[in-house]
Design a binder for this molecule. Sequence first.
Ligand code: SAM
Length: 517
Amino acid sequence: HELPLSTHPLLRLQCPNLTLFHRHATSTHTATCPVPGLLGIFPDLNTDSNTNNLNLPWSFPPKCMTLASSSKKSSPASSYQSASSVSSTSSASSAYSSSSSSLSASASLENDESRGKEIPYCLFTSQPFRNGHGTSLIVSPNTASHLLGLGVFEDRPPPWKWIRQSSRSRSNEQQRTNLAYRIINVAGKGKGVVATRPIKQGEIIMVDYPALLISEEFLRETGREGKGHLRRRMVKRAIEQLPEITREKVWGLMRGPGKYEVDAIMGVNLKGLEGVGSGANSALALLEEPRTEEHGESYAAEGVMGLFAEVARINHSCRPNARLRFVENRATMEVISYRPISPGEEISISYTALTLSPSDRHHFLKQNHQFTCHCPLCTSLSDDPSAKTLTAESHSRRTHLQEVFDTMLHAKGEGFYQDAINILKDWLDFAEVEGLLPLMGEYHGTMAELYLLLAERGSPGDKEVDREGALRQALREARMAVDAWVKLRSVDGRKTEEARVFLEKVFKLKERRGKGK
Ligand SMILES: C[S@@+](CC[C@H](N)C(=O)[O-])C[C@H]1O[C@@H](n2cnc3c(N)ncnc32)[C@H](O)[C@@H]1O
């Protein structure tokens, strides 16, 4: 599963034989060209910058900062390298040369040996990105290179269907009114997004682009030891460098608690890209949480959070009618409906894992997002008896679901795979009632695993296990898991990739069994 990436013209130019691999693939960079991950990111000073840099998407010279990582005890080495030199120099070319000198410093630090000692983060802004929406990234050069290699900055024309639609509509104003949603004030929640027309299940309601993409590690590293001012300076510059229309939207976003404007905006509006429940989903939490070594050393596997100025207006609900899907190779956030939505209904997503109990949800939202939920399932502030019943019923169903799931795990742990499968089917019936379709990827993945275990090990007490049948079922469920993850996340999300690797494993096993007969 080595997936060659679309090769950016610059990468091809600099390293004709270079093959980059998808970041989720098991074998990572095998590139031979100098310093993988740093190609085509910075202007090359050795050649005439006017001609060579034409293809770079950046509207300003990239600015880099190295932070001593937490593995190295507190070091005063944090510096905001080229930003100061940019402001102290007037000519663009000397600004480029200063960022290039920070490149050579970071290049030598990015090899595997010294990785983790000092991590450079750079600010890259592309103003033309997505027809003038613009975007600013604060990421490691590796990640910037990865995104460039994916073709994220090559703006492709929209699908012909959209062109046809927009050519029919006469003006921008009319195009706006064609949108399925609008942003209005919502009682008790600030602003929110409501449907303007009937929306079908599975429809893409909103497509939004990142105003900011910021490395999680950068947020963590600057969340400690008095480095907050470095973060705020870098983020403020990132916002200031955006085109006016997007910049104004960002400054106009809701602010959370905190005395610093930039942190207050990021705290409530930044979103993790892998969806709820995986990695960080609140920047607020990230700035305080101790780091977990979740990612290995794989190429460009840096967690990134995004600020999407329209998506940021979508409020939380404990029973959401929509979900987010990040499409990595377009760096685009899509909002997709779980069920039909009527005009005037608020569009909501869940900021928490859906299986949490009401009290855990409250606690989580308070702790990580610092608000008290006013959604229909949360009646902490409501005396309405019917709402209370709704909450109680939902709570008892979700508690039951958790119990069923635990029983299933117990059966699995004891080797009773057939029983575990039956119990999990029961779980699905309840999950459907509770509107927990977002968990379908998890469901099919677990089913596939159980069938595979059954096929390989049998089940005590069941001497007559149809192992071939179980393997067929494992393959079927594994396929469904991939489909579910593609729908829930995206074709290249981490979960999708894991499901795909599992599917391949089952597929090969089935093939081998077939040949062995
Ligand atoms: C990402 S913003 C959502 C848009 C926001 N309402 C606005 O006006 O821009 C998240 C913030 O909205 C508010 N919010 C979101 N969902 C809510 C809910 N279910 N109940 C109450 N407040 C909510 C909270 O203040 C939260 O920090």
